[in-house]
Design a protein around this ligand. Sequence first.
Ligand SMILES: [Zn+2]
Length: 354
Amino acid sequence: MWDLVGHEQATQRLSLSLRRGHLAHAYLLTGPASVGKTTLAYRLAQALNCANPEPPCRQCRSCRLVDTGNHPDVRVLQLRPAENGSEDGGGQDAHEEREGKRGSKNKKNLGIDAIREVIREAALSPYEARYKVYTVLNAETLSADAANSILKLLEEPPRQVVLILTAADANMLLPTVVSRCQEIRLQPVPTAAIVTHLRQQGLEPEKAELLARLSGGRAGWAISAAADDSLLGERQTLLKRLLRGGSGGTGERVALAGQLAADFSKQRQSVEMALELWVMWWRDVLLVQAEAADLVGNLDRMAELRAQAAGCSPSRVRSYLARIETARVQLAQNVNPRLAFEALLLASPAVGPL
Ligand SMILES: [Zn+2]
């Protein structure tokens, strides 16, 4: 039972490989934050060592040890949460949160030392399992030295070792690393699947619909937001800030760019979330313009979206969306964040009056 919201294609493909014994030495799970990469990585680690015929069963001793983070042959590496922003909420379940809090032997920083240790360990046989499984979450955060060491491991993979990397986008990794992995791209989960899941968890229909739409297919976010109202509040605050910046003159836009750039160095993920919100906002404007309002994400802001849609041409919105995408790529490539945000906000179509 893979027990994921969505991603049937990915799990069917993995089940088939497991049944046939056609396993890759390394898997690269890619997709947007909170779409379910981390959860799938854990399930795959379970499936590789599961004692039952339909893996992952999530019941056997091995599966349970992975669930509690105590399996001696399964290790998860990620940056400390403080360096990684507040979440990758990524998880469709509680793994991330536990990874963040546990501070156990399974958690390391993604520096060269941690990777060297993995390489030393990987050469030894598993303690009790069929496979040693090393998962590197958010592999785009590996230092250059660490990424090169991973590459060495991929070039001469020890037997009985499976490496699982997760990343938002394969383009953010060394091409030589990507080419040695089997990439599994996780697509945004359909809204209906998220609504069904949230309803099964007892959420009222209206809220389930709103969270599913706002999640933009990132099931992990919707599930976390259903359990924790502060996530929705955080989103409202961020959106308000962006809209206020966008409705202001040059001075206000430059000031907002400065704030975002400062936040970027401290809380990268919250700024990435702001950019996602900004993309969703302008996509929603386009949808309203195309008379497809039933597809908008920001269901709770229809009046503002309609006002915005009336005040700006679709081609202007489309070119601004392309511009936001450019800024995201630039930020991933470490251009000066202040310059990237200034260029982005100064180019924003006027928002409001709201
Ligand atoms: Zn099992």
